[in-house]
Design a protein around this ligand. Structure first.
Ligand SMILES: C[C@@H](O)[C@H](N)C(=O)O
Ligand SMILES: C[C@@H](O)[C@H](N)C(=O)O
Lengths: 160, 160
């Protein structure tokens, strides 16, 4: 598996916004990101897991400098739906393991998550693609997490 | 924005498993994916949004043929934690828009989500990376969703 992960990265300049218990019906995600796009806000990660009881949570990350304007562009949307709440984590770290063929190796995810577990680092969000596994954690663990992945996968550290 | 999206893809051979209301503390994600890795199951998407009340939901997708063995490898984990439930959607479609520079264009996400909203297609999961936005929807909407994205982004359809 060492051959599969070619780099680990850390981003510490982003914030996370979550819209929790929003209606899980067509048009809701469109409304959220149309408003953000109209405000010209650059979005990095968008993560939504499966909902339950017809409610869901959408989380997304933006540059720290855009968090206030993101909140502002969304502040009326919850009133329209009559449900849900907004939470913000201003200081997050996004740690990622990058490599080819990741998809077929759940083992890489397990090693990454195990490394964080042993150090008591809670994983707040997860998103994967074929070439990348990204975890959102508390900003204060960012450097430590990068070092852990560097060791677990036997790599040179790379910049975010 | 047309220049940014270079392809749209559809995967219809996967299933989604969600572990809902599981403890949101270090070690939980590691336990889930260690078990799956030990069973030799290939994982595609892993998606976890922000939790609340110290509980969270982790969803992941596997090939349809691996869904029963995934359920089997996880069936005792919920008992250990004493909380949570497992839900399975055997027939899902994963529709993705692929291109460079996606990250800085929340507008692409908004157009994709708007296209689904207009056709009444509910978005069950979302995951993004710098070059890709993926949505899990009901399998029956897969072909239609691919066509919608093909039209919205003015592209030739590509295979999954
Ligand atoms: C929650 C949100 O994604 C909703 N399911 C939608 O389709 O817009
Ligand atoms: C929910 C799960 O990801 C948990 N937060 C963990 O760190 O393992």
């Amino acid at each position: 598996e060492k051959l599969l992960v070619t780099g680990v990265t850390l981003k510490s300049d982003e914030s996370r916004i979550s819209l929790t218990d929003i209606p899980d019906r067509p048009g809701v995600a469109a409304e959220v990101f149309s408003r953000l796009a109209e405000s010209g806000i650059n979005i990095d990660m968008i993560v939504q897991s499966t909902g339950q009881n017809k409610l869901n949570t959408i989380s997304f990350t933006v540059l720290r400098k855009d968090v206030e304007s993101s909140e502002k562009s969304l502040n009326t949307v919850l009133k329209i739906w009559g449900s849900g709440s907004m939470s913000v984590a201003k200081d997050i770290a996004i740690v990622s393991a990058v490599g080819v063929g990741m998809k077929s190796h759940g083992g890489i995810a397990a090693r990454m998550f195990n490394a964080f577990a042993k150090e008591g680092i809670n994983i707040e969000m997860i998103a994967t693609s074929e070439i990348k596994i990204s975890c959102v954690i508390d900003k204060e663990h960012g450097q430590k997490a990068l070092q852990l992945l560097h060791d677990v996968f036997g790599l040179e550290k790379t910049a975010g």
